[in-house]
Design a protein around this ligand. Structure first.
Ligand code: SAM
Length: 254
């Protein structure tokens, strides 16, 4: 009897992939996150839109973007959206406590931007930072459709000489709400951050931050990737070509 011919596996080899860590800026890395997790045409609520930096390299018509911020009168903990109406929520709150006074002189310039201590939280310092992450996550859960994606920007911090791995604290808490952690992207700063005064360095100075990707699961279904993705230039071609993003849909490579 003739031996059965083995079917050759589908797909082709490549290293032209989205990677888990990049040296660069938020606006450079954010499109990579979208390209893996948010299909073009999706309804995306950026609930801490700020100046819209994240969206600088995302084509305007790629998503139905709902932009809001405390500055424009919308608190991320009380969103004006119906239950299960949004495909993706993006959250980038103040991720450093800024008590003011002289304690954090080098963070004073964050004060107008990072408003954590003015958002009616009873909690202080790092606990106030976490409180905003946790409360906003419950609201994101409410407005997200099943299988919706929650993209969270955060950075760890040393607070009162105590190492606070914020990304771990967020992941642990959000998983108790039912979110599944799908990914973690590390953004490493290009430039060297400094401090205004130092006596003796105790902990490594943070020069990286994270995009965490959570999914509000639909039953027990695992994430298998998107069939149609935002097309962006991935790492393979990044050095030789300027970063570009188009909203052409491409089949999933794997
Ligand atoms: C780090 S900035 C966001 C930057 C933004 N991702 C961008 O690309 O420009 C933090 C933003 O969170 C906003 N914010 C602080 N507390 C908030 C709250 N409770 N609800 C909504 N926005 C809030 C601030 O007004 C600020 O614009």
């Amino acid at each position: 009897m003739a031996a059965k011919k083995r079917k050759s596996p589908d797909g082709s080899p490549t290293n032209d992939l989205v990677f888990s860590a990049y040296v660069g800026t938020n606006d450079e890395v954010f499109p990579y996150v979208l390209s893996l997790y948010v299909a073009p045409g999706s309804i995306v609520a950026d609930v801490t839109y700020g100046r819209g930096v994240f969206w600088r390299k995302v084509p305007r018509d790629a998503y139905k973007l709902l932009a809001s911020d405390l500055e424009s009168g919308v608190d991320c903990r009380n969103l004006p959206y119906q239950d299960e109406s949004i495909d993706c929520v993006v959250f980038d709150p103040p991720y450093m406590h800024t008590p003011g006074g002289t304690a954090h002189v080098n963070h004073q310039n964050y004060e107008s931007y990072y408003k954590n201590n003015q958002t009616n939280s009873e909690k202080k310092y790092h606990e106030a930072v976490l409180d905003l992450y946790f409360t906003a996550a419950r609201e994101a859960w409410r407005v997200l459709k099943q299988d919706g994606i929650y993209i969270v920007k955060c950075q760890d911090e040393v607070c009162a000489n105590q190492q606070r791995l914020t990304h771990v604290e967020i992941i642990n808490e959000l998983q108790t709400y039912g979110f599944i952690t799908e990914d973690l992207f590390v953004v490493v700063r290009n430039s060297k951050p400094g401090v205004s005064r130092i006596l003796n360095q105790a902990h490594a100075r943070k020069n990286h931050s994270y995009f965490l990707v959570f999914r509000k699961p639909k039953g027990r279904k695992r994430w298998l990737g998107l069939k149609h993705r935002l097309q962006i230039a991935t790492n393979g071609s990044r050095k030789s070509q300027p970063f570009s993003a188009t909203n052409e849909e491409l089949p999933l490579f794997q």
